[in-house]
Design a protein around this ligand. Structure first.
Ligand code: BGC
Length: 418
């Protein structure tokens, strides 16, 4: 009798086990490039939520800010016929992956969770391939920020700049006082980040769109572009010798530690200040980069999901997609990451002043025409065009090429990449 009962229990347990791994628990291998202090803390939230639902998170982090290294690894995995379950991929590239026919359709999750109602249309459109959701957005980052150490400004007797002319005045004083005016990360994507900020500042949103979204040769070789490139070279005088190759988070650390006065970088930099226990307003200042106060260069992180055969993996993928847009994740992730929720109607209370400012200015710039997609962060043009722009900008910045020659080369190289 006892043995029978034991056997029976065992069978029920085995059945439950099979049922739970195939219908509920599954593994997701997630490729991403969130490896800095603030980034790692943020992505850990998603892992935790998934594991709470009985799934397994297999981390596949490829270090390298901006994600260029991660994209190279992803392509080689896909070519080898072994893509991960989910991968951090953004903007127009989602369409290219859709063309390959490798992406899972997320429409049933999207319908059940009402994504069409929860997401700004500008974001929802990017996530769809031929009208179906194939990607899930995580957040909205703003690129055009300046992160400043107020103590360094005070010691140098300098004012926080709102124009590039004021920047030069402040930078001179800061240098004279023995500090590094600008914490510069000498990597192509970081140089492109500052470049596009200056394009917005000098040319305004219409010029930005013509040059960096439409990739119009006239705009790329125009006198406005020459001016942009000259400002970039002017900034170079206020950077240090350690800049080449420096990671973005190490540049942020220079501002946090009071070695440098400012950094121009997207608001993932705020994640580093937060992780270091620093408060906006008191320990650091976050303000729009000079000349860009009415503009919002946006960058939306998202995950694409690759088609799966295993039912457990399919379930885990769907759970991941669902959890990403739920309020709990949107709150904790974005507070840590420095971004703002992509889900509309989230309570404002948990967010700090820079985030609240970003939330208001995202909406204001959308109606005022100042909302533009980031070129450096893969939101504006296809990778071949972005690659051409990054090459020219980096070559120009790191050589004695004239701004005029660089502008002409920009137009030529971009046309060749089209
Ligand atoms: C991503 C951010 C990331 C940053 C630095 C950007 O392209 O959108 O999520 O924190 O790169 O790696």
């Amino acid at each position: 009798m006892g043995l029978k009962l034991f056997r029976c229990c065992l069978m029920v347990m085995v059945a439950l086990c099979i049922f739970s791994t195939s219908a509920f628990g599954g593994e997701v291998e997630v490729l991403h490039w969130w490896t800095s202090g603030g980034e790692a803390k943020s992505v850990a939230v998603l892992k935790e939520l998934l594991e709470k639902e009985g799934h397994i998170w297999k981390d596949f982090a490829v270090a390298g800010g901006g994600g260029d290294a991660a994209m190279t690894v992803l392509k080689s995995r896909a070519v080898a016929g072994n893509p991960p379950t989910a991968a951090q991929v953004k903007g127009p590239q989602i369409q290219l992956w859709g063309d390959e026919g490798l992406l899972a359709n997320l429409d049933d999750v999207a319908r059940a969770e009402k994504w069409d109602e929860l997401l700004p249309k500008v974001v929802a459109d990017i996530m769809k391939y031929e009208g179906s959701y194939v990607a899930v957005p995580v957040n909205v980052h703003r690129i055009n920020w300046m992160w400043a150490n107020p103590e360094v400004f005070r010691k140098a007797g300098a004012q926080l700049p709102t124009t590039w002319e004021q920047f030069e005045v402040a930078a001179k004083k800061i240098k004279k006082a023995g500090f590094i005016p600008v914490a510069w990360g000498g990597q192509p994507w970081q140089e492109a980040t500052v470049f596009e900020i200056i394009v917005a500042a000098v040319g305004g949103p219409d010029f930005y769109r013509r040059a960096l979204v439409d990739a119009d040769a006239k705009a790329l070789s125009s006198p406005t572009m020459v001016k942009v490139l000259e400002i970039m070279k002017m900034i170079k005088q206020y950077t240090d010798k350690g800049a080449p190759g420096r990671d973005w988070n190490l540049a942020t650390a220079m501002v946090i530690q009071g070695k440098a006065a400012m950094q121009f970088m997207g608001d993932w930099a705020k994640g580093e200040f937060t992780a270091a226990g620093k408060s906006p307003g008191a320990d650091y200042i976050a303000m729009p980069a000079p000349g860009t106060s009415n503009q919002f260069l946006f960058n939306v992180d998202s995950f694409i999901m690759f088609k799966q055969k295993d039912p457990g993996a399919k379930e885990a993928q769907k759970a991941m997609a669902r959890l990403i847009l739920q309020p709990e994740f949107q709150k904790v992730f974005n507070v840590n990451k420095g971004s703002i929720p992509v889900r509309l109607g989230m309570p404002r209370a948990p967010f700090d002043d820079p985030a609240l400012r970003a939330m208001s200015e995202f909406i204001a710039s959308a109606t005022g025409g100042g909302l533009v997609p980031s070129m450096a962060h893969e939101m504006a043009v296809f990778p071949a065009i972005r690659g051409a722009i990054l090459d020219v900008v980096t070559n120009f910045y790191n050589s004695d090429m004239s701004a005029k020659k660089a502008a002409a080369e920009l137009a030529r190289e971009v046309e060749a990449a089209m």
